[in-house]
Design a protein around this ligand. Sequence first.
Ligand SMILES: Cc1ncc(COP(=O)(O)O)c(C=O)c1O
Length: 465
Amino acid sequence: MKSMHKLDINLVEMTMDVMKYTINRISNTNPDLGAPKTEEKLLELVGDTVTENGIGGEKALALFKDVLVKATVPVDHPKNFAFVPASPTRASILFDLITSASSIHGAYWMEGAGAIFCENRAMEWLVSLTGLPETAFGVFTSGGTSANLSALVAARQTWRDKKEERKVLRSLLLTSKSAHSSVKSMANVIDADVIAIGYEDDKMTGKMVKEAVDNLSEIDRKRLFAVVATAGTTNAGIIDDLQGISQICSEEDLWLHVDAAYGGGALAAPSVKHRFAGIENADSITIDPHKWLFSPYDCGAVIYRDMELAEKAHSQKGPYLSIFKDEGAYGFNPADYQIQLTRRVRGLPLWFSLAMHGTKRYQQAIERGLELAQIAERHIDAMDFVEIVRPVSLSCVLFRRKGWSAEDYREWTYRNHKEGFALVTPTQWRNKETGEHETVARFCFINPDTTQDDIVSVLHSMHLD
Ligand SMILES: Cc1ncc(COP(=O)(O)O)c(C=O)c1O
């Protein structure tokens, strides 16, 4: 029987084809903006692909290249301003291939030392951006959701370890209405209640947190273990009052987690760094390199002020795992600090790209995202059919097409997408004058290759009728 694991001429040819595809794709700065098709339609187009005897690599790759990838939206398209887009550097994409090819287990130093060493150099840089003390450190996770979950698990364990009575209390956390949905769903995963305060359209302040804490019932105050602040809300790029909130957390002995999954990249940008003041007082921070630090999916990061607390919460024990703690295998074990055991060394692509380009290039590329938002704001101000909804924050721009209904925004999004022109999705925003939620347009910039013309052409697409 032919083995799948033996090298033969078919595999050699496949390797060449895969490399050719990869080179073509990463050298294409303007990839086609694919659009989804129904599952039935895709099945009709490609037929059965998983069969007893296989359809052959050549055919499978051809189907992927010619049909299936066209039903995906490249996150790095220069006119993809939807949600939080991405734009992995070419160096990081290539090193993602090397990461896979090297088959490294990234849980324990014993197996992954050389690769974990690289991840740790990238992590040192990330931690240095936060201003946390040198004792702070972190690990790469599969994304912001798992980083938030890992941080909340550590926060609650630390809280429970302080008082016996807390072991039977259902825990409670405080966050803002504009916190990312993952905060609420991860609280659900750990069976904690959530109180969301403030407004969706404004920052959470220390004063608001203090008032909320003071207004808790006696039992709820006993249940409260953490505050989650956001440094760059997904919808509008708003940064909470981290200084004020951290002061209250310190006075009230509450764990402060800062979710900077999207905004954290901007810590590397001198023009806005001051807006994160207070982040250095956090107990834990989430930053997603797969958002504004140009890593391929998926790569998040969780950083802790005190790694020992994270280790206490996460380190897995088992008879088959004790070998990893032996003296010969002694070193940094990423599995001890987040929810996952077996893990890809997903910080490696970031490390390679940082090593190749240097941190200054990162700084410049992030500044460009911020600048694109300012450019968009200027053009919006100069056009009479659109208006800014709120001042630009980080790289998020919210604006209104005068006279449009929610349906108009939806049609515009679908039209642009269908035509392969751009992906720009609307969002909901509370109109301060009416108190009602309205549909508005939103740009989020990440890709430094987006041009002024790209922005202007998307704005003009709102003025076709
Ligand atoms: C502020 C914030 N937190 C958390 C997340 C979740 O991150 P991920 O999608 O990497 O799990 C996001 C995603 O957009 C985000 O913007």
